[in-house]
Ligand binder design. Structure first.
Ligand SMILES: C[S@@+](CC[C@H](N)C(=O)[O-])C[C@H]1O[C@@H](n2cnc3c(N)ncnc32)[C@H](O)[C@@H]1O
Length: 217
């Protein structure tokens, strides 16, 4: 849910670094490091936000293409890319959403995404695009907050607050069933762990992380 003048996107870009900073210091940074240090070859990050994954890429990444649609988030990213030394071979920044990726078929070895499927208006289309730009055998590394299990009180609460949550968090659904969407996609889930986002609002606490591979030829 976005307002016509983009006020919620501007507000979200302003307060997100403070909110996510609490979780980062409480252990989320380590989960990101363990996951995203696995990126290799030509790598695409979608919805990079303020760039919290950037320090975790290793020299195994030959080229990093960082993407983000929100121009207020892009301002954070430009600052970080200008000041931090990245370990990757080369990088470029592209303003785009994930539903239509301006890249050729099969041109990436790795795609990374953290807390993005919650906000993308059409996650199934975005996953189809991710599968398209991955080479066969290429890997999606994902970290996402998700709806709590069926029948749980937290899941019902997430459903209840969905509309206001989407407004204050620039379109973020607290109750996305991302595991289901992933398992229905053209990617094969090879590793998926459930966890709890530390020091965060209960609405975004249940999370999944792992990897999925493009298997077709
Ligand atoms: C919760 S933030 C996560 C930012 C960052 N990935 C992180 O881990 O901190 C969600 C991000 O998804 C981006 N986003 C929103 N709509 C998107 C879309 N259609 N495609 C790709 N990214 C999108 C937002 O602009 C925002 O930067």
């Amino acid at each position: 849910m976005r307002d016509s003048v983009g006020l919620n996107e501007r507000m979200f870009a302003w307060y997100y670094p403070f909110v996510v900073g609490l979780a980062e210091r409480a252990g989320l940074r380590e989960i990101r490091r363990t996951l995203f240090c696995r990126a290799e070859g030509r790598t695409l990050e979608i919805g990079a936000g303020t760039g919290l994954n950037l320090p975790h890429y290793t020299p195994a990444v030959s080229e990093l293409v960082v993407t983000e649609p929100n121009s207020h988030m892009l301002a954070h990213l430009r600052l970080r890319l200008g000041s931090d030394r990245l370990a990757v071979g080369a990088w470029q920044l592209v303003q785009t959403g994930a539903e239509v990726l301006p890249f050729e078929d099969g041109c990436f070895d790795t795609v990374t995404a953290a807390f993005v499927q919650c906000t993308i208006p059409d996650p199934a289309t975005a996953l189809a695009e991710i599968a398209r730009v991955l080479r066969p055998g290429g890997r999606l590394l994902f970290l996402e907050h998700v709806r709590a299990p069926e029948g749980s009180r937290l899941g019902r609460f997430q459903d209840l607050v969905e509309v206001p949550h989407r407004y204050v968090a620039a379109g973020c659904y607290p109750n996305r069933r991302t595991e289901t969407v992933l398992r229905r996609s053209a990617l094969r889930v090879e590793q998926l762990e459930h966890g709890s986002q530390p020091r965060s609002s209960p609405t975004v606490r249940p999370m999944i992380f792992g990897s999925a591979v493009r298997i077709d030829a």
